[in-house]
Ligand binder design. Structure first.
Ligand SMILES: Cc1ncc(COP(=O)(O)O)c(C=O)c1O
Length: 473
């Protein structure tokens, strides 16, 4: 290998070693076979749903049969799409699927992207113009951060997650300190304060500058939802001329909330108040890809300017079909029993975890569960020892993952439980038993450490006394 290449590897090696020394090295891993899935984002277990799988296979078979019967020039590929959407990658199938998606979510138009990541970067990198402002929840997904960085907006301002979180509001009104476990308090201002300051800006007031407000419909690390109605009211209050444009990333909330799973915005009937929604099909929807719900003119603008749409190969027939069969399933109402079952499992999990805390009284650094049972299938278990707890659960056959900084703010590390419709109450009981065992052994270790420390202090104290008692020479 040439010397220059070796030098680069050396540099990268040093960076990796540094990351490792901070306990932040990322590694690819496979879930052990037969472990119970409490980790993936497929909340409705649709990707393994036999009805959906069969209908996808039969779609592909009939497409193949059609293709075999047509002449070679008219054959459609089920493998690749043929290119960018703007060149050879478009199809009437993609367009009709977009119309179906828009109608299901009560939106004027929809535009497909190969992932929700691309949808976010495409949207944010091209819509805000010089002079505009993007304000975003400090805990927003990485793709929004990247899109924001790529954009030509003049200002980019974070606001504190606590200021828009339903869970936080509940904590405050129930006398909790709004300070979960061992985590640090946010350094960002609240949404109100950020908007108040902006409303004093002459360009914003005269609507020469637009303000884009980015939030998520369900936060994948905390499992909490935003106070959507309140956010809309706050934006109206400070930006009364209507130049505040709210973007809701529904990657995790689509399929989970709203009628037949049409999302959080639809659940609150705020379709006309939210400027754009980003959908992700890789979570509850059980497949892959993303879409933006927006006005027809915004859709046309994105087709012209969103680089993550223009300069990439569009979705294949197979991907489009998988999204289509999942939408058919939701539209027909078949997912409703799955959602109801998921809700029962969520309630059961909180009951078990709260019972465990009431029985063992772990300190906040050992284990902390939000007091308020949420309706979200994502349940964070705050602990100062996330890797240790996750490894323990994995050894007992339950796949959960530690979530550590920088994915979440330092001091708010956790193990995340993701529930799925295919989980059973017995599996949840098994997981909670494993967590309980870990808590007991952790508490025993902490007690031992404490008594060793106290012993040392006593010995050290005796030393001091001896020294002090020594007569001066
Ligand atoms: C909130 C949010 N938005 C966007 C994405 C990106 O989704 P995709 O996997 O479709 O790129 C994710 C994925 O983790 C996410 O959590």
């Amino acid at each position: 290998m040439p010397e220059s290449r070796r030098q680069l590897d050396d540099t990268l090696g040093v960076l990796l070693a540094r990351r490792k020394s901070h306990g932040r090295l990322r590694r690819l891993s496979n879930a052990p076979p037969n472990s119970v899935d409490f980790s993936s984002n497929g909340y409705l277990s649709l990707s393994t749903n036999p009805v959906i799988q069969k209908s996808l296979v039969s779609r592909l078979e009939s497409e193949l049969a059609n293709s075999e019967n047509s002449n070679a020039l008219r054959r459609r590929s089920i493998l690749g799409s043929g290119g960018s959407r703007l060149l050879d990658g478009n199809s009437s199938f993609a367009e009709s699927l977009e119309a179906k998606i828009a109608s299901f979510h009560n939106a004027e138009a929809a535009l497909l992207f190969t992932s929700a990541f691309d949808a976010n970067t495409g949207l944010l990198s091209c819509v805000p113009q010089p002079g505009d402002v993007i304000i975003y929840d400090e805990l927003i997904h990485a793709s929004v951060h990247d899109g924001t960085r790529m954009s030509r907006a003049t200002k980019r301002i974070p606001f504190s997650h606590d200021s828009i979180s339903e869970t936080h509001q509940w904590r405050c009104s129930n006398g909790e300190d709004g300070h979960v476990g061992h985590q640090n308090k946010s350094k960002s201002q609240g949404l109100d304060d950020v908007l108040k300051q902006l409303s004093g800006d002459e360009h914003v007031m005269s609507s020469k500058s637009n303000v884009f407000i980015c939030i998520e419909g369900l936060y994948s690390m905390d499992g909490d939802v935003p106070l959507l109605k309140k956010i809309v009211e706050t934006v109206d209050q400070y930006l009364p001329s209507g130049n505040g444009y709210i973007i809701v990333d529904e990657a995790h909330s689509v399929g989970v909330f709203g009628e037949k799973g049409n999302g959080l915005v639809c659940k609150f009937g705020l379709e006309n108040r939210i400027w754009a929604r980003v959908l992700g099909f890789g979570k509850a929807m059980g497949c892959a890809g993303g879409a933006i719900l927006c006005s027809s003119i915004t859709r046309e603008y994105l087709i012209n300017y969103a680089r993550s749409l223009i300069y990439t190969t569009s979705m294949t027939f197979t991907s489009l079909s998988s999204i289509d069969v999942v939408y058919e399933y939701l539209i027909s109402g078949h997912s409703e029993p799955l959602r109801q079952h998921l809700e029962t499992l969520i309630g059961h999990t909180y009951l078990q975890l709260h019972a465990l805390c009431a029985r063992l009284h772990p300190g906040r650094r050992t284990l902390y569960i939000e007091k308020r049972p949420s309706k979200s299938p994502i349940i964070p278990i705050f602990t100062a020892h996330p890797r240790n707890l996750a490894e323990h659960c994995q050894r007992h056959g339950f796949m959960v993952r530690p979530i550590v900084a920088p994915t979440v703010p330092a001091g708010s590390e956790r193990v995340r439980i993701c529930l799925h419709s295919a989980n059973t109450p017995d599996q949840i009981d098994g997981l909670c038993d494993a967590i309980g065992m870990w808590v007991q052994s952790q508490m025993a270790t902490e007690k031992l450490q404490l008594s060793k420390q106290q012993h040392k202090q006593i010995t050290y104290g005796a030393d001091v006394v001896t020294k002090q008692d020594k007569p001066r020479l």
